[in-house]
Design a protein around this ligand. Structure first.
Ligand SMILES: Cc1cc2nc3c(=O)[nH]c(=O)nc-3n(C[C@H](O)[C@H](O)[C@H](O)COP(=O)(O)OP(=O)(O)OC[C@H]3O[C@@H](n4cnc5c(N)ncnc54)[C@H](O)[C@@H]3O)c2cc1C
Length: 454
């Protein structure tokens, strides 16, 4: 193909079929929590999701693991709001592991049943009569006024192309597609964290004891697609299946469509190789592959340029920002994109680096005897520079690699979603730009709605 080949698309009028105060692109828990918070404040909300369900990586990607709502001493609850509400709802269905016992959730995180989460997200959204949902609907274009303010979005689904208007917009697409199209520059890390396809298995316990890394290395000549890198797995509450997160696609630029296609195939080939390996070395086991994800799990893509990027140094110093909207305890966890490494900076002060599952270095990043009970997340790292009526929420937030390594997990991004929903409501309600919203009011409204950041 000649790279200069182009086609002309004739200008076409698109019918505007809906309008709202706030329109949200992306319906992971981040987007859903943004919608519910804004709706509870009285906003009319449009929520657009391209998959057939809400939840993003937590449901379509099969990752049913949230992290503790307590600080690392277990003495103080630091995450409340819709994360806590959702955990309570799941607890009633037997679909969550212990989360009220700080010791338990601190050690293992909080395991969720992703299918039950799907049902509870449906229920949580449908309870809000002022949220209009578009599932299986893809955001495709942004329409801007001459001053750059976003006026409408073009969406596409089975019914065709149509427009929706709103006063404010939340980009919860993970990939920052709306921010990108609205003209806000993105920056891309030199070494983005690699994507992973998870899978669910039955009969994993019939495999007996084994060291995954060792058996993969022993059989790599015969099964060259076997995964390498850090792997973890979890039992799924209310299910006999086991979720495995162990594939890794190196050097994958998840903002590029061809690369994503490669990533989908490569990660699934890794699962194929794993199944073939077990069939060979454990022929009598009852292992069965039960579920593949409907999307490759993306850890990192582009980041917005925000009013105030979150820097690891200040986050790990425990800085209390004037615009703090959330707290977290997840360690800095960086999966290597070039090799089989993974490094953790725990809030206990320990820094561990593994290569090919072997511990290669251990040191303290905090002085002996010191710990950081939790860190804080500010609102400004979600607000694109130069924005009038667009705010982001999710993994596209503006953070350096260290801060991103910690803040990128779901309980943290859930809080970002809630804050974005509240800030967008403020901008509409007070008729001001998102960057001019009063952060004290954001914090007050979040707290009144159950958030408990300290
Ligand atoms: C394999 C893996 C394991 C992980 N393990 C954990 C873990 O154990 N615990 C944890 O908390 N975090 C974990 N993470 C990190 C965490 O899951 C992600 O950082 C987080 O889910 C990102 O949330 P998000 O809302 O930004 O994006 P996503 O969850 O990706 O959601 C974005 C949503 O936007 C939708 N969307 C995108 N584009 C469009 C469009 N054009 N139109 C309409 N909708 C659109 C998508 O369909 C999706 O639903 C893991 C990540 C991966 C990949």
């Amino acid at each position: 193909m000649n790279g200069n080949d182009t086609i002309e698309i004739p200008a076409r009028k698109v019918k505007v079929t809906d309008s709202a105060d706030i329109c949200i692109v992306g319906g992971s828990c981040t987007g859903v929590f943004a919608a519910v918070r804004a709706a509870r404040l009285g906003a009319k909300v449009i929520l657009v999701e391209e998959q057939n369900r809400f939840g993003g990586v937590a449901t379509c990607g099969l990752v049913g693991m949230w992290h503790s709502v307590y600080d690392i001493t277990g003495e103080k609850q630091v995450i409340g709001g819709l994360t806590f509400e959702m955990l309570e709802r799941l607890e009633k269905r037997g679909a969550v592991s212990e989360f009220r016992d700080p010791a338990e959730s601190r050690r293992w995180g909080i395991r969720l049943n992703s299918e039950e989460l799907t049902l509870e997200l449906d229920a949580m959204v449908l309870e809000q009569k002022n949220i209009r949902v578009y599932l299986q609907t893809r955001y495709s274009e942004t329409v801007r006024k001459p001053d750059g303010t976003v006026e409408a979005l073009v969406l596409e689904n089975k019914s065709g192309r149509f427009g929706v208007r709103a006063d404010a917009f939340i980009d919860a697409s993970g990939d920052a597609v709306l921010c990108r199209d609205a003209g806000f520059p993105l920056h891309f890390p030199a070494h983005p964290q690699p994507p992973t396809a998870c899978a669910r298995f039955s009969g994993w316990d019939t495999l007996g004891k084994f060291n995954l890394k060792e058996i993969c290395d022993q059989h790599r000549d015969e099964f060259p697609d076997l995964p390498c890198g850090y792997a973890w797995s979890m039992d799924i509450p209310g299910s006999t299946l086991m979720m495995f997160a162990g594939t890794r696609v190196m050097h994958c630029d998840c903002s590029d469509a061809d690369e994503i296609t490669r990533g989908e195939f490569e990660s699934r080939k890794q699962i194929r190789a794993l199944m073939d390996l077990f069939r060979k070395i454990r022929p009598d086991s009852k292992l069965a592959l039960e579920t593949l994800p409907s999307v490759l799990g993306i850890r990192e893509g582009g980041h917005i340029r925000s009013l105030a990027p979150l820097r690891g140094e200040e986050m790990l110093a425990g800085t209390d920002f004037p615009d703090t909207i959330g707290c977290g305890t997840y360690p800095v966890d960086i999966h290597g994109n070039e090799d089989e490494s993974i490094s953790f900076m725990y809030l206990t002060g320990q820094k561990l680096v593994y290569k090919a599952s072997r511990l290669v270095s251990e040191e303290r990043w905090l002085p002996e005897g010191k710990i950081l009970p939790f860190y804080r997340i500010p609102l400004r790292c979600l607000i694109p520079e130069g924005t009038r009526n667009v705010i982001s929420a999710g993994r596209m937030l503006d953070a350096d690699p260290v801060a991103f390594g910690a803040v990128r997990v779901m309980v943290n991004l859930n809080q970002c979603g809630e804050a974005a929903g509240v800030a967008a409501w403020q901008a509409v309600h007070h008729r001001c730009g998102i960057a001019e919203t009063d952060f004290r009011e954001t914090r007050r409204l979040l707290t009144a709605g159950g958030s408990c950041f300290a």
